[in-house]
Design a protein around this ligand. Structure first.
Ligand code: S3P
Length: 168
């Protein structure tokens, strides 16, 4: 199998963007963050899009954006946590699940990062969402990596896995 792109999935705040930036440097590939592209295109933050137009509208925007990004090859793509749940990933994606525990995520996420995420505001609901989603993340992933430690401790696991595959 030849893969077009590397796609990072996982719950909000699990570190997909940080991992993606480091990984793209290791692999000399372009890094793209789907949420950042949505925000640039809309000239609005995710929180404001949720507030003004609702979650459903945001889901449409992120899927359109993912489809556009997926037309190119050779990228490391970081997705929003809901994208692989409510939408679909481009064909021929090498999918990596950044697997951090809910309590670890909460502990290491500063308040300003929590504030950016509408679905993290209610802790009990966010925990339930996490529990609902993990099965799907694991199912989709070609590699699930334990991301409860700092990125430097597990980045080589991802790098070695990817280098073993053919990604354009
Ligand atoms: C969401 C995750 C967020 C963002 C939006 C919804 C989700 O991205 O897309 O707040 O449903 O999990 P991160 O995973 O980068 O936080």
């Amino acid at each position: 199998m030849v893969y077009d792109n590397i796609v990072l999935i996982g719950f909000m705040g699990s570190g997909k963007t940080t991992v993606g930036k480091v990984l793209s440097r290791y692999l000399y590939k372009e890094f793209v963050d789907v949420d950042s592209v949505v925000q640039e295109q809309q000239e609005s933050s995710v929180a404001d899009i949720f507030k003004e137009n609702g979650e459903e509208h945001f889901r449409e925007l992120e899927q359109i954006c993912m489809n556009e990004i997926g037309k190119k090859k050779g990228q490391v793509i970081s997705t929003g946590g809901g994208l692989p749940i409510y939408g679909s990933l481009p064909d021929k994606s090498l999918v990596i699940y950044i697997d951090a525990d809910f309590d670890v995520i909460l502990k290491r996420l500063p308040q300003r990062e929590r504030d950016k995420r509408p679905l993290l505001q209610d802790e009990a609901r966010a925990r339930a969402l996490f529990n609902e989603r993990i099965g799907r993340y694991r199912e989709l992933a070609h590699l699930s990596v334990d991301a409860n430690q700092s990125v430097s401790t597990f980045i080589h696991v991802i790098r070695d896995f990817v280098l073993d595959k053919r990604v354009l």
